[in-house]
Structure formats: structure tokens, C-alpha cells
Design a protein around this ligand. Structure first.
Ligand SMILES: Cc1cc2nc3c(=O)[nH]c(=O)nc-3n(C[C@H](O)[C@H](O)[C@H](O)COP(=O)(O)O)c2cc1C
Length: 436
């Protein structure tokens, strides 16, 4: 952290203002802790005491909404090692404890629900599924197996799974759900004309490509009722800002900004409560480098141009996610009306009580993310975003063990952690007793 100036009396801040969602629920302030995979579940994919401790700490840290790391709807299709899976009620007791901890201090705790589609690492899933056959492109392609195309029956089964996971989340005491439609996972694959080459009602025109998302949304809404918050995390486009600036890959393709705006309007009409704006896929990831604060200074708050463009076009609340590191940027974005909530992930793995510091203590400094490096150039280059993710997962594990985050942890430890997670023990598909 830099410049830990504490104002003598906490000034009023827009981040402290409550927000009422279309479903009628009021959020106590504008801090929206975006999803971060906790990598805390064991081979049984069940939530643990560590989840309880972690979310209690974040809830006490003052955020209005805590979105969980992505929870999978199918134990055979994991996005990352250490994912929680909710597909039946066997873990209801622990889910209840997790939800209770995450809703302490007036916080909302929303479960992010996801299916990875073809972005399911080969180390844990040799048989991924996708809207169409075709491997993940780009430097991370080697981490994923060739998927098989989903049948209509399988698509309908996954829609039911999303609704069932949302039902169990609500029953356990989570106060909302976020449907993950971004970052190149299954719903995003359906939306993308590059990934989705189906010729049935789930492929082709934008309306058809968006059908899977809308079917999932409608099924979840029908299950949880009209008064339960449903958010959707959606890419502003499949191309993260840095690639556009660098023009590295020539013509980007994928789900475009115009298409994203159309989907948002449709979701608004269907009764979504909040849209969490993000971007990128594994082929073109949102977290691309390990440059830390230097990268942040270059990029600023992510997707602001897009948020400015759509300002006034939608009335549904927006959570703009990525790149918020200081109160001034947050204040400006809220004041300008380009977002209604401040989506924030990595800084909360380093400063879990950042919302309290800003709202209660009037802190005006900046959370500087470190440059994560192994000290070996080609390793840094080869693992880039994965190194960053693992480094932050290590910080999350510290908080979950009741320790303080430690910004001095080296990149090599993060790499070893990642190898351990994906290592030989993870090569067999995870099956739990009683699960086929
Ligand atoms: C360790 C880690 C895990 C993440 N896991 C998820 C996830 O499960 N679901 C998701 O939508 N985004 C995930 N993200 C992305 C964040 O929600 C967020 O979009 C991104 O980090 C940019 O926000 P930031 O600049 O505030 O970190 C993850 C990011 C990190 C660092």
C-alpha cells in the first residue's frame, strides 16, 4: 500500500451509500467483492471451515456484497482444482455455515455459479464439453483437452443444474447468486461466434447464441423467485483492454461490445438485478501480465470506455470490475454514474478490510499490487496470468487460516502452489462417494 493517509474525520463518500436493486433488496454500500476462486475445497469439492473463516473476515471488512469464487454445477466439469461443487444437498450444513459467515455485519453473500465448458484444465478433466468442438486457442491452449460438442439433452441438463445450484444456495442462506457468463467459460462460449458454431437453436444468430444464457437466467429466476438478487457477470467483449491497446493479435473476433450491450438490455428486460462488467477469456485473459502496480497505472480502471458508452442505455445497476485501487477512482466512477457498484477482487486479498478503511477511516491511499515474479524470465512469461492467480490464491489461503496477507511471498512459491494443485494427484477425475 502507498500513502496510508488517514483523514482526520472520515469524509462522506459515495461508496458508503446504500443501493436498492430491482428485486427490492437494499445493499448497505457500493463495495462489490468480485469472485475469486478460493482453491480451498479438497478432492471432495466440498466447502470447508476455511471458507467460513475467509468469508467472515471479508464480511467484517465492510463490503456490501461478497461474491463467492465460482462454484461448479457439475463435479465432473471443474474450472480449477479446489473448486466447490454444489449439485445436491450433501454439504448443506457446511454451506449454511459459509453463508452465515458471509452475511455477518449486514453483508450480502452471493454464490457465483459456473460451468467451465472447454476451459476445464486437462490435469483434472480429460473430457470437457463445449457448444462446439475446438480447443482453447492461444498460449494457454496446452492446458485444455479437445472438448466434445454438447447434445441438446446435455444442454437442458446443464440449465437444470444451474437452477438446482441456485436453489440450494438460497436454501443454505446465500442472499443472491451471480451467473458467470464471462471469461470464456461455458455461457461465454455459447455467446461467442468463434466458439459456438452450432446450427441448432443455440447457435448462429446472436439471439440463438444468447439463448443458453437466457434459458439459464429464466430457470434460475423461476427457482429463486422474484425477490432474490440475481447478478450476471458478462464480458463487455471477449477482448481485454490491454490487447486492444497493443493490437497484438490483429482482428479480435469473439463476442463484441455491440452484442454485449444487446444481451445486457435483454437481461434487464428479463429482470436481472445487477450486471458485473468484465472481459477476456483464457485465450485473451483479463489478468494478462504479472506487472502489478505498473500494469495498473497503464490500464487504469478496466472497461471504463465501455461503461461510459453504455451509460444511460440501461437502468439496471452495474458493477464495473477490475483496476480499482484507490478511493479517488471509485468516487469518480460513482460520481460520473458509469457504475453503481465498485467491483474489486485482488486488493481484497491483500487488504480484506479495505471498505472499512475507506468508508470508516477515510483512507485515501492506493493498494499497489506487487509485480509477481519467479526471478526467471521465461517462467514468468510462460505462466503470466496463472502465476498471478496462484499468488493471490496463496494470499486468500493465509486469510482463511486466520493469518495476515503477506505481499512478500515470492513468485516461485506461487508457481509451486499451482503445480501442486494441478499435479499428479489431480490427474484422475474427481469422484465422490456416491457420485457417478
Ligand atoms: C485468484 C483469483 C481468482 C479469480 N476467480 C474468479 C472467479 O472464480 N470468477 C470470476 O468471475 N472471476 C474471477 N477472478 C477475476 C476477478 O473477479 C476480477 O474480475 C479480476 O481480478 C479483475 O479485478 P481486480 O483488478 O479488482 O482484481 C479471479 C481473480 C483472481 C485474482
Amino acid at each position: 500500500m502507498t500513502d496510508s493517509t488517514i483523514a482526520t474525520s472520515a469524509p462522506t463518500t459515495l461508496t458508503a451509500e446504500p443501493l436498492t436493486l430491482p428485486c427490492g433488496v437494499t445493499i448497505k454500500n457500493r463495495f462489490y467483492k468480485s469472485a475469486m476462486n478460493e482453491a480451498l475445497a479438497g478432492r471432495d469439492c466440498a466447502p470447508t471451515e476455511a471458507h467460513v473463516r475467509l468469508y467472515r473476515t471479508w464480511a467484517q471488512g465492510g463490503a456490501g456484497v461478497l461474491v463467492t469464487g465460482n462454484v461448479m454445477v457439475d463435479h465432473m466439469q471443474l474450472g480449477e482444482p479446489g473448486n466447490v461443487v454444489v449439485e445436491d444437498e450433501r454439504d448443506l450444513a457446511m454451506l449454511r455455515r459459509w453463508a452465515a459467515a458471509g452475511t455477518e455485519n449486514g453483508a450480502h453473500c452471493w454464490m457465483q455459479i459456473n460451468h467451465p465448458g472447454r476451459q476445464s484444465p486437462i490435469t483434472i478433466n480429460p473430457h470437457p464439453v463445449a457448444p462446439s468442438a475446438g480447443k482453447v486457442a492461444g498460449e494457454y491452449g496446452k492446458f485444455f483437452a479437445e472438448p466434445t460438442e454438447l447434445t441438446r439433452e446435455q444442454i437442458h441438463d446443464i440449465i437444470r443444474r444451474f437452477a438446482n445450484t441456485a436453489r440450494i444456495a438460497k436454501k443454505a442462506g446465500f442472499t443472491g447468486v451471480e451467473i458467470h457468463a464471462a471469461h470464456g467459460y461455458l455461457i461465454n462460449q455459447f455467446l461467442s461466434p468463434l466458439d459456438n458454431r452450432r446450427t441448432d437453436e443455440y447457435g448462429g444468430s446472436l439471439e440463438n447464441r444468447a439463448r443458453f444464457l437466457f434459458d439459464v437466467f429464466d430457470a434460475v429466476r423461476k427457482t429463486v423467485g422474484p425477490k432474490f438478487p440475481i447478478a450476471v457477470k458478462l464480458n463487455s467483449s471477449d477482448v481485454p483492454i490491454a490487447i486492444k491497446v497493443n493490437e497484438r493479435d490483429g482482428a479480435p473476433g469473439g463476442f463484441s461490445e455491440e452484442e454485449s450491450v444487446w444481451v445486457m438490455k435483454q437481461l434487464e428486460a428479463r429482470g436481472v438485478d445487477l450486471i458485473d462488467i468484465s472481459g477476456g477469456t483464457y485465450s485473451k485473459p483479463v489478468i494478462q501480465t504479472n506487472d502489478g502496480a505498473a500494469e495498473d497505472r497503464r490500464r487504469g480502471v478496466y472497461f471504463t470506455d465501455f461503461a461510459r458508452r453504455i451509460k444511460g442505455e440501461l437502468s439496471v445497476p452495474i458493477a464495473l470490475t477490475g483496476g480499482f485501487r484507490n478511493a479517488d477512482d471509485m468516487e469518480r466512477a460513482l460520481d460520473e454514474g458509469i457504475t453503481q457498484m465498485i467491483g474489486i477482487a485482488r486488493p481484497l486479498a491483500l487488504v480484506p478490510d479495505l471498505p472499512n478503511r475507506i468508508i470508516r477511516d477515510g483512507w485515501r491511499g492506493s493498494v499497489d499490487l506487487p509485480r509477481v515474479t519467479t526471478g526467471i524470465k521465461h517462467l514468468d512469461k510462460a505462466f503470466g496470468g496463472i502465476l498471478v492467480i496462484s499468488w493471490f490464491e496463496l494470499q486468500i489461503h493465509r486469510i482463511a487460516r486466520g493469518k495476515h496477507p503477506n505481499p512478500r511471498i515470492g513468485g516461485m512459491r506461487a508457481l509451486l502452489f499451482s503445480l501442486k494443485q494441478h499435479g499428479p494427484a489431480a490427474l484422475t477425475p474427481r469422484r465422490r462417494k456416491g457420485r457417478q
